[in-house]
Design a protein. Structure first.
Length: 512
């Protein structure tokens, strides 16, 4: 056997052993000492023959050049020696500077494009959980049923759900002294079944493995009878609107609001004002011309969205570094609004979004690294659709999040910031106000980059909405738990999805 054949044979054997060595069964056998010996002998053997040949040829290097095949074989051997040193024996070496989290958080790839799809879950409802109505109380058991199903489609659905979401259930018991029993029964409206539930409570916890969103649900909390406010909410809002309208800066915006350097953008129903106390370089407000916090129609809302997008384009034309748009809206003081008059905060950012939005973007990048052929947002929509938490309007979709930030969270998704997206968003907001009596809410919209050539780490347009409690309530709806630990949510997202879906269906059918 000549030197070339000999070397090629050893390389072939080595590569196949390397494949076997990386197989999980090989790792389970704890055969790394054998692997070390095999690798060491093979590499040494290959290098010995090649270097011996090299030595012979070096004496006559001026007479004839070293064959290309020999150089390739030597290079191959050296590369695998380096590979072994790093991957198997953990010998540290660095050809390039090591990436830190700071670098990785800015290193986005090009993801598969988000595409709207209206997924049909009827087959799964029938075959995977026998048309059982899913709630947050039985979600854990439904997922266990999927996992143990005899049908591969059901098990595959479980795998897709658990690739992003982990759902667990914990139980806690109470021992109630006699005097306290009376008070607890009163809190529960004298309902004996609720009292039995109170003694042995089941808490469901959902966790998003990529965003790290974490929510705790205790269904008993939502079953407690609600105390009516001293004053009806809408009566409270009417009086508040009338009182604040008498001396409202936004109603006299020409004299009592600031402008951007390029002036204002004005339209039929809304206009912009630069925020007098900015929290970023480009920070303005979109303000409705009507002072009343609840009386804004679809035309007014769409006009606000149009003005916001015109402002983004104008800022970008002034400073091309700024390209990432966001919009934030809190309605009424209990939702942290500084003015009763409806106003939305708009920002344009240069290199990355604000933390919570950027966290979803990083999550999408990590998901893309794990599943290169899938888009994170498409997958999240698919999961919520299969669980019957989603609903659609043309090219836009919405779902009740199973890891909500607070009560009644709805996420609205769109391929682009177009009329389909904004109309569905409007319908969801009106569902809060007109159907669910959730007059206070907070909302955020993340838009894709203004630059179409920004294809790496590109978000679809999405909005997140939550309700913020009763308008006249003194107690805050945010505590140290939400600020520093996890979200405690009292409303079942499956009930939220049903209510909002039905209202949106009424709105769209009334228009058609």
């Amino acid at each position: 056997m000549d030197i070339y054949t000999h070397t090629q044979t050893h390389i072939y054997v080595y590569v196949n052993l390397l494949k076997f060595k990386t197989h999980k069964k090989f790792k389970q056998l704890s055969m790394f000492p054998i692997s070390f010996a095999i690798n060491h002998v093979l590499i040494k053997h290959i290098l010995y023959y090649n270097l011996k040949r090299l030595r012979i040829m070096s004496s006559s290097c001026f007479l004839r050049p070293l064959p290309l095949s020999m150089l390739l074989l030597i290079s191959f051997s050296l590369v695998y020696l380096v590979f072994d040193a790093y991957s198997v024996y953990k010998i540290p070496f660095r050809l390039l500077p090591r990436k830190t989290e700071h670098d990785r958080n800015r290193d986005y790839s090009r993801w598969p494009t988000y595409k709207h799809m209206n997924f049909n879950n009827e087959w799964f409802k029938l075959h995977c959980w026998n048309n059982e109505k899913i709630s947050i109380s039985n979600l854990y058991s439904v997922l266990k049923t999927l996992k143990m199903s005899s049908l591969s489609e059901c098990r595959e659905l479980y795998d897709r759900i658990s690739s992003i979401f982990s759902v667990t259930q914990r139980s806690g018991q109470l021992v109630l002294p006699s005097p306290f029993v009376v008070k607890v029964r009163k809190w529960l409206g004298g309902n004996p079944s609720l009292f039995e539930e109170a003694k042995y409570q089941h808490i469901t916890l959902s966790f998003n493995e990529y965003t790290r969103d974490n929510t705790m649900f205790n269904p008993l909390r939502s079953k407690r009878p609600l105390q009516k406010p001293n004053q009806p909410q809408r009566e409270y809002v009417e009086k508040l609107s009338e009182k604040t309208g008498q001396n409202c800066d936004f109603c006299k915006y020409s004299n009592f609001t600031a402008e951007d350097l390029f002036g204002r953008i004005e339209s039929k129903h809304s206009f912009t004002a630069a925020n007098a106390f900015k929290y970023d370089a480009w920070h303005a407000l979109v303000i409705t011309r009507n002072h009343h916090p609840l009386k804004w129609s679809e035309d007014i809302f769409l006009d606000c969205m149009k003005v916001a997008r015109e402002w983004y384009d104008k800022v970008h034309s002034v400073d091309i570094r700024y390209k990432l748009p966001t919009l934030l809206w809190d309605l009424l003081p209990h939702a942290s609004a500084s003015q009763v008059h409806p106003h939305m905060h708009i920002n344009l950012l240069p290199d990355r979004y604000y933390g919570v939005i950027e966290n979803w973007r990083i999550a999408a990048e990590h998901f893309s690294n794990d599943y290169p052929d899938r888009n994170y947002f498409s997958e999240v929509l698919y999961i919520h659709s299969m669980l019957d938490l989603a609903f659609h309007y043309k090219t836009a979709a919405a779902f009740a999040n199973i890891t909500p930030k607070k009560d009644n969270e709805i996420v609205v998704l769109g391929e682009a910031p177009n009329d389909d997206f904004f109309k569905l968003l409007y319908y969801v907001l009106r569902a809060y106000i007109d159907d669910m009596e959730k007059l206070c809410f907070s909302m955020a919209i993340a838009f894709p980059s203004i630059l179409k050539e920004d294809v790496t780490g590109r978000l679809p347009v999405y909005a997140r909405l939550i309700s913020r409690g009763t308008v006249g309530e003194v107690r805050s709806d945010i505590s140290s738990l939400e600020l520093f630990a996890a979200s405690n949510v009292n409303v079942d997202p499956f009930q939220v999805a049903t209510k909002v879906r039905n209202f949106v269906a009424k709105m769209t059918s009334a228009k058609s």
